[in-house]
Ligand binder design. Sequence first.
Ligand SMILES: *[C@@H]1O[C@H](CO)[C@@H](O)[C@H](O)[C@H]1NC(C)=O
Ligand SMILES: *[C@@H]1O[C@H](CO)[C@@H](O)[C@H](O)[C@H]1NC(C)=O
Ligand SMILES: *[C@@H]1O[C@H](CO)[C@@H](O)[C@H](O)[C@H]1NC(C)=O
Ligand SMILES: *[C@@H]1O[C@H](CO)[C@@H](O)[C@H](O)[C@H]1NC(C)=O
Length: 425
Amino acid sequence: MQCSWKAVILLALASIAIQYTAIRTLTSKPFQLCPVPSPQNCGLLGGPETESPMEGRAGCDDYPYFSFNTSRKTHIMVLATTRSGSSFVGQLLNQHADIFYLFEPLYHVQTTLIPRLSHSRNAADRRVMLGASRDLLRSLYGCDLYFLESYIKPAPANHTTDKLFRRGASRALCSQPVCDAFGPTDANVEEGDCVKKCAALNMTLAADACREKRHVAIKVVRVPEIGDLRALVEDPRLNIKVIQLVRDPRGILSSRIETFRDTYRLWRIWRATGRRPYNLDLSQLTVVCEDFLGSVSTGLSHPHWLKGKYMLVRYEDLSRNPLLKTMEIYDFLGLSMDKSVEEWIQTNTRGSTELSAKHKYGTVRDSAANAESWRLKLSYDMVEYTQATCQKVLHQLGYKAVKSAEELKNMSLSLVQDKTFVPFS
Ligand SMILES: *[C@@H]1O[C@H](CO)[C@@H](O)[C@H](O)[C@H]1NC(C)=O
Ligand SMILES: *[C@@H]1O[C@H](CO)[C@@H](O)[C@H](O)[C@H]1NC(C)=O
Ligand SMILES: *[C@@H]1O[C@H](CO)[C@@H](O)[C@H](O)[C@H]1NC(C)=O
Ligand SMILES: *[C@@H]1O[C@H](CO)[C@@H](O)[C@H](O)[C@H]1NC(C)=O
């Protein structure tokens, strides 16, 4: 029994690897490590692409890895986990006129390589995804959006697709010249309207739009920890700045139970009955804490490779003080925060309840109410269990443990300790 069970896992892993290799082979050469563009090559880099870039990639020299002045481009990554406010932070970047923003492109890698795992629980599976993810991110930061097509199903024809995940969350992909449905005066296009009214996405136009912006920002929830990104951070062709978003794991758990109703069904049963189901998948919680702990330990130990490239942001601080935190984020990025970002914050965090109800940002609702509202939703034994499992990381991030149900429900006592995480510069 034991043996055949292992064999099945091995087979599954092997088939994932084979699929990935096939994708790499099919898409020819964008993976190979090209030399850093020399100043003499710079003239070339701005030039028009050949008609068929997919065929033109015989080697590094004739492939314009970066389309223009890379020294000025900042490659921003929002590193987060689901239900930690990452969509909100993504929007803070998306609203900036000089930033091209992509919402979670790694979704396509996961659905292609590990289709049955919507919430990855197996460490080995997650590692398998990493190599593919890094390659894709490297290409996307270079505005090579064609590379993403290998992972989109059904495969785009003529570089056109209507299946790009959450296309509507990206402003550049919902406005001219990528989409003609809205004029320049349509300031904030709703995500659903964009998907409904824009024609299928022309990836060539999307890539052009990416090149026109000075910076690229990508939201990522499918990379376990910052250490997994070292190869990207150290890549001399990139100028990566990572904003790591963390949140109290107890809050994440509570929010996931509300949001992912199927996947977290057993947790709801626990909450409703007071009994922990024997077949509860505890890794749905432990993985969050392990990943946070790994990341935060690495980040806060200030390794040389993260110098100037890492900022830790707590969701709770952001939702209490969105404007101030956003200014700190832009400060870290070395960009000036433009007016539209500020206006977006005003509109989405202080607007009437009617307005905020229309938006999907958890942080918005929570900041209006309370970033600690999970305390009224989780049962004490769930909280106690989480505290025991995540003890180290709670302490490291300044989240206080409660010792009784009374303390848990006493909202006049905040569990978020003041803590400053100064970016390492
Ligand atoms: C690239 O950007 C740097 C910094 O802004 C600037 O000094 C340099 O002249 C630019 N190079 C080109 C080829 O535009
Ligand atoms: C792709 O473009 C070609 C040439 O314009 C056309 O003949 C073909 O039907 C297109 N394919 C699809 C799936 O739209
Ligand atoms: C996509 O846009 C490019 C650039 O404007 C254009 O040449 C191409 O025909 C468009 N593709 C489709 C399928 O419309
Ligand atoms: C709630 O906490 C506050 C602050 O520690 C305390 O003064 C108060 O008595 C507590 N209320 C209850 C009902 O326990």
